[in-house]
Structures are given as C-alpha cells and as structure tokens.
Design a protein. Structure first.
Length: 128
C-alpha cells in the first residue's frame, strides 16, 4: 500500500500564485494570469490540493497544472518548486533528497525519461 498524505495542503492557490510572482520578479518577467489556463488550473488545484493522496499523484497534479499554463511565465518552475518543497519536508538523507527532487521536477516539467519515472515510482512504493 502506498503512503497517502495531504502533501500539497500547505500550498493554497494564493501561495501558488505568490510563488510564481517571486519567480517572475527574480527574472524580471511579467507575472500575470493567462486567459486560457488560469481559471481551469485554479479550479483543478483548489479541488485537489487538500486531498490525502499518494506522492505520485501530487507530482502528477503539479504536472497537470504546469501543462494548463495558468501564468504567462515560469509555470514549470512554479509547480516544480512546490513539489521540491514537499520533498524537503520528508526528512530524507541529503543525497537521496536531491535525486528525488530532480526526478519529481523532471516529471512535473514533462521531460522525465521512462527510467526516471520508474525510479520515482519505485521510490514512492518504498514509502509504504
């Protein structure tokens, strides 16, 4: 059985939006919602972020939100940084934490190889 937890509960939509604003400000990019993806993403996030779900599902929710592109810039970075913060709370050995954050970030960004996705699934199964 997979470990189920409210992994994303600390990250309300207001915090997600603030995270994007911080990333945009640091790179002198426009922080603005998109007309196409913002409301759909907000609705999806708000309907799921408080749920107790497997870590894989939390990563997948972040991936889905990235793909919906709620902001003009740094959607991938926004949701990858959120899942990285989740993983930081897991009290993993430093070397393992780096690898797990990298794997999760690649999945959120949609650039993970099959081997990376398999390695992340294996890690998630070890949490049971």
């Amino acid at each position: 059985m997979k470990r189920i937890a409210p992994w994303l509960a600390p990250f309300s939509w207001q915090i997600v939006t603030a995270q994007n604003a911080v990333l945009c400000h640091a790179r002198n990019a426009l922080h603005k919602p998109t007309s196409d993806g913002y409301e759909d993403t907000r609705t999806l996030w708000e309907s799921r972020y408080l749920e107790s779900i497997p870590l894989e599902d939390a990563v997948d929710l972040c991936r889905q939100c990235h793909r919906l592109a709620p902001f003009c810039f740094y959607n991938g970075n926004t949701f990858a940084s959120i899942i990285a913060l989740v993983i930081r709370t897991m009290d993993l050995p430093p070397d393992e934490a780096v690898v797990v954050r990298s794997l999760a970030g690649h999945i959120v960004a949609g650039v993970a190889s099959e081997a990376e996705e398999a390695a992340f699934r294996e890690f998630c199964e070890s949490l049971a």
